[in-house]
Design a protein around this ligand. Structure first.
Ligand code: MRU
Length: 358
């Protein structure tokens, strides 16, 4: 049973990419029009749009925006393809960890390099593919939600970290997609949301979107998770992912690894919810996942105010890697993958073309 969410994060409208400005949530819920490829680069870098699947679709839109700009420059077909390819490769450098960014650009480059159309035709094909990727994302999340809901116990309290919700995707969400589908079946479930320092995607975005959709949510600070696990108040953990290696090791927002260790200690199931586009089969293990190093201001300040001694030493990795042995299952659009992940991930890609469940 699918839950109807009020949130649509990204939409291609009138030749621009219209998206929720997530730097303003929860103070404001406003849409911003991204009109050029360079604006899309900045939107991804400054986290106007964030969350791996949302970044992937935005990047695909970014390629269309660059294509629209190059279209009227009087270029030959070959020059158009070559210049657009360069711009697309540049878009990939806006953030390093979420592999959906590279995936979104590569899906567009496939269209570009396989097209037999003239420039105008190619721009149209890229646009149609960008819109298709938007709609596919929602359908994929709903499928993840349905598979995930099967493993949510009756009346469960689900702990999540960061925001892997409608606002981290085009709509519905991955981890929060599981929550939405489970809630549609059983409205006695509830969510505990980690605050998720330093950028507070849990407190700012997860609590905001669950409140908006009327799903019960309690916010806790990051250090509290083991306290509530010991008290028997958490039944399962479901989080998203930014990149999953071929062996199941999973990069997600910094602090996820701590939650996974605490869950293992307390014998609580720990699930990753992510589309196949987040799995990077080109890398063997989490050791190879590039981890974004972010600005120190995110740690030293809150709302622009210093919260520590001036000039203190700071390190601010944006993500950590949860080793595969701590992961109970990876909930994807083709089913729940179980250990041995090398095997189940291979099989998932073999079955990728299977129709979605919904
Ligand atoms: O830095 P962010 O906010 O882009 O990080 C987001 C996360 O870590 C999410 O959990 C992940 O991208 C999955 S979103 C469905």
């Amino acid at each position: 049973m699918v839950f109807e969410s009020k949130i649509r994060t990204i939409q291609w409208v009138d030749n621009v990419s219209r998206m929720v400005d997530q730097t303003k949530v929860p103070y404001e819920y406003v849409m911003v029009d991204i009109k050029t490829g360079d604006e899309m680069y900045d939107a991804i870098k400054t986290m106007i749009v964030r969350g791996a699947p949302a970044i992937g679709v935005s990047a695909a839109h970014g390629v269309v925006l660059y294509a629209q700009e190059l279209m009227n420059k009087g270029l030959s077909r070959e020059e158009f393809i070559s210049q657009l390819t360069q711009k697309a490769e540049y878009l990939k450098t806006s953030r390093p960890t979420a592999v959906n960014l590279m995936w979104g650009v590569d899906r567009q480059l496939e269209i570009l390099h396989n097209s037999t159309s003239d420039i105008k035709g190619m721009v149209e094909e890229l646009k149609q593919n960008g819109i298709k990727m938007e709609n596919d994302d929602i359908a994929i999340n709903k499928s993840i939600g349905e598979y995930g809901a099967d493993v949510v116990p009756k009346g469960a309290t689900i702990l999540t970290h960061c925001n892997a919700g409608a606002l981290a995707t085009v709509g519905y969400g991955t981890a929060l997609g599981v929550v939405r589908s489970a809630y549609a079946r059983d409205n006695s479930i509830q969510v505990f949301s980690d605050e998720t320092r330093p950028r507070q995607q849990g407190s700012r975005i997860t609590t905001f979107e669950l409140k908006m959709d009327g799903i019960p949510v309690t916010m806790i600070t990051d250090g509290m998770c083991s306290y509530f696990m010991k008290k028997g108040m958490i039944d399962m953990v479901v989080v998203g992912a930014d990149r999953i290696a071929a062996n199941g090791d999973t990069a997600n927002k910094i602090g996820t690894y701590t939650v996974a260790i605490a869950a293992k200690y307390h014998n609580i199931p720990f699930y990753i919810a992510a589309p196949l586009s987040t799995i990077d089969t080109s890398i063997k293990s989490g050791e190879e996942i590039p981890i974004e190093e972010r600005s120190h201001d995110e740690v030293t300040t809150i709302n622009g105010k210093l919260v520590c001694a001036e000039g203190v030493n700071v390190i601010n990795p944006g993500f950590d890697v949860t080793p595969h042995e701590l992961i109970t299952g990876i909930i994807t659009e083709v089913g729940i993958l179980k250990p041995d992940y090398n095997e189940s991930i291979k099989n998932a890609f073999a079955n990728e073309r299977k129709p979605l469940l919904i």
